[in-house]
Design a protein around this ligand. Structure first.
Ligand SMILES: [Zn+2]
Length: 213
């Protein structure tokens, strides 16, 4: 059973945010709030990552899920959405360039998001930053006041960044990383692995330097 981390135990800023750690090739799942929870990424939705028991343990019932944001339409981030949709009808947020891969199979309110859009949560608003490169419609989510970045597979701790395919995608990810490197970020919540809880901007700048070499 995937590990659930109450992120408040690591940073008081993250009070009300839970992390369901991805097992194997499964994305992290972040759960923001509880009464009107917003979930960021949904994992691979296989038997090792079944989602509902974990949401039950966190205290989030199907009717409490108000939104699901998918950072990009790779199956290890989006497949768990269909397990959520078996019991719940949240709004589903995806960038239009990635939404087209799953739109026909979503029987819920699909909202195409784009750069600069704001997604409200119980805790704080999240600004959408379009960060193509890993996929065409990849996004990150930024909370300016608390300097939090949900970074999907665009950037990871310690100077790592998302895999890309081809020269134009390489230029895109370098651009995306330069955009992220200009943000003031303390807390980095990546799509895989453990988050960074302070000075995350230095990790992002390192990724930008590594990618632009
Ligand atoms: Zn990915």
């Amino acid at each position: 059973m995937p590990r659930i981390v109450d992120l408040q135990s690591r940073s008081e800023t993250l009070k009300g945010v839970k992390l369901i750690m991805g097992e194997g090739l499964c994305s992290n799942i972040y759960v923001i709030g509880r009464e009107k929870a917003v979930i960021v990424d949904t994992g691979v939705g296989n038997y090792a990552n079944p989602i509902w028991p974990q949401l039950d343990i966190i205290g989030v019932k199907p009717e409490n899920i108000s939104g699901v944001v998918v950072t990009h339409a790779h199956h290890d981030h989006v497949s768990g959405l269909f397990i959520i949709l078996e019991k719940s009808s949240p709004k589903v947020y995806l960038h239009r360039l990635d939404a087209r891969y799953v739109a026909t199979s979503i029987n819920s309110t699909l909202i195409n998001i784009d750069d600069g859009d704001v997604i409200e949560t119980e805790l704080w608003p999240l600004k959408v930053i379009w960060t193509p490169g890993h996929t065409r419609g990849g996004i990150c989510l930024y909370e300016k006041n608390h300097r939090i970045l949900f970074s999907g597979d665009t950037v990871f701790p310690d100077g790592y960044y998302g895999r890309y395919d081809g020269e134009s995608a390489r230029r895109e990810i370098v651009n995306s990383l330069s955009k992220l490197a200009m943000l003031d970020v303390d807390i980095l919540l990546p799509g895989h692995g453990m988050p960074v809880f302070k000075n995350a901007s230095s990790h992002i700048r390192l990724a930008y330097e590594n990618a632009s070499e």
